[in-house]
Design a protein around this ligand. Structure first.
Ligand SMILES: C[S@@+](CC[C@H](N)C(=O)[O-])C[C@H]1O[C@@H](n2cnc3c(N)ncnc32)[C@H](O)[C@@H]1O
Length: 281
């Protein structure tokens, strides 16, 4: 067992080691990390150094290069992902969902197979899929519908947290005042933490899914959220995800992208119908 790093030089990330980490992020998760992010990456690796009680970043990179390196990859990807999110983030998407997409989806489902499927494809710690569930609940779906929300992410740590549905009061307080009651928060054993209501939680299924690998679902989905994740990918990766998203969305279904992720050039399968809101043709 090694002691922890004590000298600043132990934390250094050499160009060669940066290339290793950036190469893993690109090849395993599609995430592009540019050289100016080196200090941020070094900071994130500290979590792994502490957990493994390693003395230096160089030692950690040797572990990655060793025959045992493959076993470390999921934990490395967990620290490399950026998980920033919030309840009702980019609120106009959630407002559109409640006022337009959900009512139309329900009417259609009642005439067809009663099935409603929604996918939050980079769900992070759960604020996005629970915000979707809050809008579903508020829009009073007909009881006869078979309605599921699938929430996926590559990062197993955030998925565990999302599944627990427990948030600090501070995080919940940041939600817009008029929407906060829709989360139907419940007390937990701790005075600082609250839980999203059971009526919302029951709509959700959490699964690990890497957007740049195979997607096991057959769909079709009625609604897909793919927000604030494609900013980390290069052009061909983004295009391939949008192509596959188009195949999985039913005609007339909706795709919500993050505010800085508009489809450029326009995609033939999608019509832009609002700010970063697209409709499958
Ligand atoms: C910035 S968060 C966005 C969360 C939420 N969609 C939102 O807009 O608030 C980005 C999420 O994408 C996930 N992610 C990054 N690369 C991914 C990949 N290849 N496959 C699936 N999820 C990925 C990260 O783990 C992270 O939780």
């Amino acid at each position: 067992m090694h002691g922890l790093a004590t000298d600043d030089s132990d934390y250094a990330l050499s160009d060669r080691d940066f290339e290793l980490i950036a190469g893993i992020a690109r090849d395993q998760a599609g995430i592009v990390i540019r050289a100016h992010k080196s200090a941020m990456i070094r900071g994130r690796l500290m979590r792994r150094l502490r957990a493994l009680q390693l003395r230096s970043v160089a030692e950690y990179c040797e572990l990655l290069r060793s025959p045992d390196g493959g076993r470390e990859l999921p934990s490395l990807l967990n620290v490399l992902t950026t998980n920033h999110t919030a309840f009702f983030r980019e609120r106009h998407h959630l407002d559109h969902l409640r006022s337009d997409a959900l009512p139309e989806t329900y009417s259609r489902a009642l005439k067809h197979n009663s099935r409603v499927r929604i996918w939050s494809s980079a769900s992070s710690t759960g604020e996005e899929p629970y915000s979707i569930a809050a809008m579903v609940h508020a829009s009073q779906p007909p009881k006869s519908l078979d309605l599921r929300i699938l929430a996926t992410d590559i990062d197993t740590d955030v998925l565990d947290r999302a599944e627990r549905a427990e948030y600090s009061r501070e995080v919940v307080e940041r939600a817009p005042a008029d929407l906060k009651p829709l989360l139907q928060i419940e007390p937990t054993g701790s005075s600082d933490m609250v839980r999203v209501g059971a009526a919302l939680r029951r709509h959700l299924t959490f699964r690990q899914l890497n957007l740049v690998q195979e997607w096991p679902m057959r769909g079709p989905f009625d609604i897909m959220f793919c927000r604030n994740v494609m900013i980390y990918f290069d052009g061909p990766t983004k295009k391939s995800i949008v192509d596959r998203g188009a195949d999985l969305l039913r005609p007339g279904g909706w795709l919500y992208l993050g505010h800085s992720e508009s489809l450029s050039p326009p995609h033939p399968a999608f019509e832009l119908i609002g700010r970063t809101i697209y409709r499958r043709r």
